[in-house]
Ligand binder design. Structure first.
Ligand SMILES: C[S@@+](CC[C@H](N)C(=O)[O-])C[C@H]1O[C@@H](n2cnc3c(N)ncnc32)[C@H](O)[C@@H]1O
Length: 294
């Protein structure tokens, strides 16, 4: 057991909507602490299995010990789901009975200060899902030019992108910004909260994380690579946590359905119930979309 917990979002809905075949191999492309994988394995008979993938080796290790009780029914691979075709081939799997993407990062990432994602706990400006990734938030904040930083923050919906970027560039002229706490305090000073429920640095932190981990690119590639691997009748379910990601999924699924060979299972995204949001604040922005291969 780790000291960190992650409550799986929309778990009941995932099971209800993703399982169409009670055999074969399902893929959990964002294994995390293995919550959804455990639920899938519990819902499936003994001869069905799950391949769980996580880009973060720490997470893959945690999931491995948490899922030990399932024995050979679960295989765990460390890697980027953007390369899901190679990962699946390496595991000797030819086709998939279903696939789940639960995007973003886990509660452990948010809560563990040393990973540098946290607004609440001071830590290094890191934000890498995979610590082998050469790009960090530190590099972006201390080395990228004004135009690039301002653009990435603006794209993630921050209306004070200009003001925030100017403050970052002014601060780094004296010395580099080192920690999440320093960056959050700087943003709070130039773009103070005006009754919003979230911290004024929330969108800047999201923009940095998405850029450090090229999350939009991974998502597009992951969907494309998994399409030929799914069997007819198999479903792909994707849970997103912000509107930019949801827009990519909505648009991609719409095009797939229009091209033919795919049918939308959810025409509107499935959202968590009030009870789920009350029990898990992180679920409040979750949206699940599902598509089926014909
Ligand atoms: C929201 S968490 C998943 C939680 C999981 N469904 C559970 O129930 O415990 C997302 C996970 O996806 C992983 N991840 C993010 N981007 C990834 C990528 N491109 N390839 C593989 N894993 C990725 C993160 O490291 C994180 O552990």
């Amino acid at each position: 057991m780790t000291e960190y917990e992650h409550i799986s979002v929309l778990a009941r809905e995932v099971i209800e909507l993703l399982i169409t075949e009670k055999k074969g191999t399902y893929v959990d492309a964002t294994l995390g602490m293995g919550g959804h994988t455990a639920r899938l394995l519990e819902a499936l008979p003994q001869d069905a299995s799950v391949l769980g993938i996580d880009w973060d080796p720490e997470m893959a290790g945690i999931a491995a010990s948490r899922l030990e009780r399932f024995g050979g029914r679960v295989k765990i691979a460390q890697g980027n789901f953007a390369n899901i075709d190679e990962i699946v081939a390496r595991e000797g799997i030819r086709s998939l009975s279903g696939a789940l993407f639960d995007l973003g990062i886990s509660s452990l990432h948010f809560d563990k200060p040393s990973r540098g994602f946290s607004l609440k706990h001071d830590g290094p400006l890191d934000m890498r899902i995979n610590p082998d990734n050469p790009l960090t938030a530190y590099t972006i904040i201390n080395q990228w030019p004004y135009e690039q930083i301002e653009h990435l923050i603006r794209v993630c919906g921050e209306r004070h992108s200009g003001r925030i970027t100017k403050a970052i560039l002014a601060a780094r002229r004296t010395r580099p910004l080192e920690t999440t706490g320093e960056l959050a305090a700087l943003i709070e000073k130039v773009a103070p909260a005006r009754g919003e429920k979230t911290h004024p640095a929330t969108k800047t932190f999201l923009a940095l994380r998405v850029s450090v981990n090229y999350e939009f690119d991974n998502l597009t590639r992951g969907i494309q690579k998994i399409m030929p691997l799914l069997k007819p009748g198999a479903r792909m379910g994707i849970i997103t946590f912000h509107s930019l990601e949801d827009r990519i999924v909505k648009e991609t699924f719409r095009i797939m359905a229009k091209m033919g060979g795919w049918e939308l299972v959810t025409t509107k995204p499935v959202k968590p119930s009030d009870e789920e949001v009350a029990a898990n604040k992180r679920a409040r922005s979750a949206k699940l979309r599902v598509i089926e291969k014909l």
